[in-house]
Design a protein around this ligand. Sequence first.
Ligand SMILES: [Zn+2]
Length: 349
Amino acid sequence: MRIRNIFSLSSQLVAAVLFGSVLTGVPSGQALAQGKDPEMAIKKFDRNGDGKVSRKEWKRDPATFEEIDTDGDGFLTVEEFKARFSSGEKSAKKESRRKKSGGDGKDGGNIISKDDLAPVTFKGFKRKPDSRAQQIELGLLETNLIPVYPDDVYCPKIDHIFGEPWRGPVPNRWHSGGDIPSSWDDPIHAMADGVVIAKFDSGFRGIQVILQHAPEDTGLDVWVYTLYSHFRTMPEVAIGQRVRMGEYLGPNGKTGVPGKKREPHLHLTIMFAATPKYALLVNEKGSLMIPLDGYFAGPLALMRRKMPIDTHSMRALREQERRVIIAYKKESGAIVPPDAKIIWPFTCR
Ligand SMILES: [Zn+2]
């Protein structure tokens, strides 16, 4: 197995926990709140004088940006700063997030710096053309899994699979997820219980939501991330919010899709790691979430609903083990099979 023994990284794990607690103590929110003047906060960051703060102008940690940007439009306004300052500063915010996320309070403490990422992780997830070796190490190649969709109901199906050469306009890129075409505004649902850790509308892939799923959410022994992109409009779920499997996230669309020919579709990327730590990178091209010592997984590998899910193990499966039966939600709300903890992101009807 090429995956670097994620269960025997105890020393790295300890280091991650130690560093994580130091790094996430960045006091940007508190420093801002001390000023308590929304106008001043805007002035401090607003370079182009449009009266609001873009992601590019923001010089503090991305998580704080996402927290303040409650409507998720990618800009911080006077109203949003006001709401931030009047909410009783960070402790109240944390408390409300803890309530929303089901009580463990851990979701707010998992963000690390990109400097904590191993070079292979950073290069592989950035997916620059010269990083194909790293991408392969992280599992970005075809899994050879075969989906078995139900035959009594219709499920929107993957047409552009994970790990094959990307069909978009840039050469030497490999598809980091599976594309599932469906009609405009078809509801996209959370594939498992989890927490919303990011949502943004910028750069490539348009409007995106990222969920983090704890091992107890999925029944898998790893932390899983499901990334949904190309929503037609910004989903109303909030950062830090706990969502349930099958819960509505937002409408299908094609924001960020290059070229006019491609129909609306969900681009679905799956990642996983041994710990819940992750970095959020923000630049003018968009936002990128990278799990600490994380890997890509194919959507069908996740739909196996059992370990392992890493690509190199999938490619080593015998032929009869490669068929993956898709679990799903019916329009009635019934889950098939009823004990599934991970389901298809579109309803089957
Ligand atoms: Zn895609």
